[in-house]
Design a protein. Structure first.
Length: 163
C-alpha cells in the first residue's frame, strides 16, 4: 500500500527574507558611505573650478566689479583670493563645512557655514547673486558628472558580477 504524502511547499523568501534584508541594508550602508564621501569631493572640486554642482547652471556669475577691485588692491591677500575662477572660497570655512549623514534610503548632504544660505538661496553680496551649491528641490539635480559618481558606486555595490 502506498501512503500518500502531503507535499510541503517551501517559500524560499520566507526562509531567507531576513538574510536578504540584512545583506541589502549592509550594501546600502556601504554604498551610501562611499557615495557620500565621493560626492563631497566632487562638489568641492566643482566649486573650486568655478562650476556649480547643480545641473544646468554652469560657471558661476563673475564677482561684482567692486569685489574684484578690492581683491586686486590686496584686501584679501591674507587668503590669497583671486578674481577668477569664482570659487566661493575666502577662508575655506564654507568648503570645510560640508557634511553628510547616512539615512535609511541613502544619504543627506548639507553645509553648516551660514554663507551657504547666502550663496545658494538668498543671494550673496550687495547684488544678491545666487550661486547654487546644492540642488534645492523643485526638479533641480546634481550635474551629470556628480550623478555618474553616484551611479558608478551603486553599480559597484549592488551589481557586482561573480567571478
Amino acid at each position: 500500500m502506498v501512503t500518500k504524502v502531503n507535499p510541503k511547499t517551501f517559500n524560499l523568501k520566507q526562509y531567507i527574507k531576513k538574510d536578504i534584508e540584512k545583506a541589502t541594508k549592509l550594501a546600502r550602508e556601504r554604498w551610501a558611505k562611499e557615495a557620500s564621501e565621493e560626492v563631497k569631493k566632487e562638489i568641492i572640486k566643482s566649486i573650486e573650478e568655478g562650476i556649480s554642482p547643480v545641473k544646468g547652471v554652469g560657471r558661476y556669475e563673475p564677482y561684482s566689479e567692486s569685489y574684484k577691485e578690492a581683491i586686486n588692491k590686496g584686501r584679501y591677500s591674507t587668503y590669497n583670493k583671486k578674481t577668477n575662477p569664482v570659487n566661493l572660497k575666502l577662508s575655506g570655512k564654507l568648503h570645510k563645512s560640508i557634511r553628510t549623514r547616512i539615512t535609511k534610503t541613502g544619504f543627506s548632504i548639507w553645509f553648516t557655514d551660514r554663507k551657504f544660505t547666502y550663496h545658494n538661496d538668498l543671494g550673496a553680496g550687495k547684488s544678491r547673486v545666487i550661486r547654487p551649491i546644492l540642488p534645492t528641490g523643485a526638479g533641480e539635480r546634481f550635474r551629470s558628472k556628480i550623478e555618474k559618481v553616484i551611479t558608478d558606486i551603486i553599480i559597484k555595490h549592488f551589481y557586482k558580477e561573480k567571478k
